[in-house]
Ligand binder design. Structure first.
Ligand SMILES: NC(=O)c1ccc[n+]([C@@H]2O[C@H](COP(=O)([O-])OP(=O)(O)OC[C@H]3O[C@@H](n4cnc5c(N)ncnc54)[C@H](OP(=O)(O)O)[C@@H]3O)[C@@H](O)[C@H]2O)c1
Length: 194
């Protein structure tokens, strides 16, 4: 089985963005040391334009070969005229309103999102699946998440967009690696207890 990994940046108090989801204030924590970590371990989580900008366009994917995101997150790229923000991955976008895919590399899933993700997880071979967010789609896929990689940035927001927009439920995870960086970023990895 391929794993569904929610790889996500958040504040100390667990928000993935401001109340409207805006996470642009987090970019400043991607300094040299932290980018080196991303480059070494998760280069495919850097969007295509960022890879080009940083000169890592040709790095092979290490952990993921597929990305799943909601139309809310995908919109951030679309607004910039980018139709394939993760061109180095197979891109799945959940949307009931996008009737036609804006890009040949992007598959739109409008019905049975959970079923489609289960199919992806059941595929033979390949790398794992990167759940990019945002809160709505992560909330719907919460039960399917096998691993969490949480990049906590040293800020408190007070309020904002939660990691999962879902109802109350206690799901247990075991703690894996914890890495700290000079700028205060902490990356924690968790595996779901099944
Ligand atoms: N901190 C981080 O690392 C991080 C990462 C990613 C995103 N974000 C933030 O998250 C925000 C977006 O999150 P969000 O919760 O507003 O939106 P989202 O989860 O990205 O997308 C929500 C949209 O996905 C579609 N959708 C949801 N469930 C579906 C289903 N079962 N079947 C088909 N389509 C479905 C709907 O699109 P339609 O309306 O088209 O039907 C819905 O409006 C962004 O502002 C971004 O900044 C932060």
């Amino acid at each position: 089985m391929r794993k569904l990994t929610y790889f996500i940046a958040c504040s100390i108090d667990g928000f993935i963005g401001g109340p409207d989801g805006d996470a642009s204030f987090m970019y400043r924590f991607v300094d040299e040391e932290f980018f080196e970590f991303l480059k070494e371990e998760y280069p495919e989580t850097v969007p295509t334009f960022g890879r080009r900008h940083r000169g890592i366009d040709d790095l092979p994917n290490k952990r993921f070969d597929t990305v799943v995101q909601g139309r809310g997150s995908y919109d951030l790229a679309l607004k910039e005229g980018i139709t394939s923000p993760y061109a180095h991955l197979r891109e799945i976008v959940a949307s009931r309103t996008l009737t036609e895919s804006p890009d040949p590399n992007v598959e739109i899933v409008s019905t049975d999102l959970v079923g489609r993700v289960r199919e992806l997880k059941a595929e033979e071979g390949g790398l794992d699946i990167y759940l990019c967010g945002g809160a709505a789609v992560a909330g719907e896929l919460a039960d399917e998440v096998d691993e969490l990689v949480i990049k906590t940035y040293p800020v408190v927001l007070g309020t904002g967009m939660p990691m999962f927009a879902s109802g109350f439920d206690v799901s247990e995870f075991t703690t894996g690696r914890v890495r700290t960086f000079g700028n205060g970023v902490v990356v924690r990895t968790y595996e779901r207890r099944r």
